[in-house]
Ligand binder design. Sequence first.
Ligand code: CTP
Length: 453
Amino acid sequence: MKGTICMKKVITYGSFDLFHEGHYNLLKNAKALGDTLIVGVTTEHYDAYRGKLNIVDPLITRMDNVRGSGFADEIIVEDHEGQKLSDIQKYGIDIFTVGADWRGEFDYLKDYCEVTYLERTHGISSTLLRNERKGIVRMGIAGSGRIADRFASETKYVSGLSVPAVYNPHIDSARSFAGRRGVALFMDDYDKFLGEADAVYVATPHETHYGYAKRAILAGKHVLCEKPMVLCEAQARELFDLAQARGVILMEAVKTAFLPAFLNLLAIAKSGRIGHVRDVESAFTRLMPDENRGREFTPGTGGSFTELGSYPLLPVIKILGLNYTDVRFESFTDENGLDIYTKAHFKYDGAIATSKTGLGVKSEGQLLISGTRGYILVQSPWWLTQSFEVCYEDVQQNERFFAKYEGFGLRYELADFVRAVGDAKERNFKMSAADSVAMAGIMEKFLAQRPVQ
Ligand code: CTP
């Protein structure tokens, strides 16, 4: 054999969002490791899957920028986990490389090729540039209970956001939350608290949502409000009208509405794949020991439907729409007249739906969407959807879909909220004003027919 030339093939991957000097240096050094450089650029979908939200540049722009560096011999798209290994085999890769921020993460590839971690360029990152572009949204947290705690833990996964202050009328609760979560300011004066924030996450008891949200909007602050936002349609309309007039974002935090698998499910349900949807049945029940009974049992506004109903109502209105022709409720109540189990029956033209909520009755927490060609089944707990099945008469045709979410799943609604604050033009179709107004209207109808004891 005449002199064989050993060409070394190098591969690297990244989002390459808002292409910067760090990316340029990385590509240059990666190219210098061998003769041919292949660069894998991640899709937005894959970035969202691995918890990287808020990517600014479209895939095409990011690929163009990598090409523009002049170091890449070939550019490919990375769209799923496990692709790196198959790429190494497919392209006959000799060296896999990424920045040193990933040190150790890809050692498992050493069985297949050389793995090299390159020094990062200091003082620059896409995250930094995204923050500079949009500015940081200072998000105050009103309320310091369990959901606020979870929320605070998720904020660090969304770029463009800081949490400068927490509010609670009980200063001791605010203080201990601030200590626990590393929040600089804790306050029991709501107006002062608003002065420290651009946006407010309202995670206070239900009956106080309206007041806190309204004061925040009137002060020109964006509001992300826990569910149920309000329990009366007129109040919901008023808040959205006010928000529009003040030019601020108001969004109801129904986290399931923003989860990747739920969005996938909606797309499939509405695509006609299971034919015409004739029935939506969803349930959310939670039993709790007597000693843990809290706000769920508040006379007047407590009970299973107001407490839990936002979840099972979500697929009903997202799939069948807002124009139901009738809604009827059946409940069991406790000694205070609070419903411990409620079935809401909806009628639509050509479809029906049922929502079940329980604080004193336990049921299977599944979502079942029945159509003229098949059905979609999401196993309990469906509101934390990560996978679902699409089933047909012929079981051979059944399909299973997966789309995992990270952490408590709150980061997805939060990322959408921050994006909406940065770009008011972005239409929020996942949980729109109309959706929230409809939900408040259903809650109101339920409360109006509840027997007073
Ligand atoms: N990189 C680097 N130096 C930097 C930033 C990134 O060497 N200052 C490298 C990363 O280690 C990775 C590649 O560039 O190998 C693509 O990284 P990417 O995640 O797209 O860039 P980041 O700026 O780190 O993005 P983010 O802030 O979104 O994490």
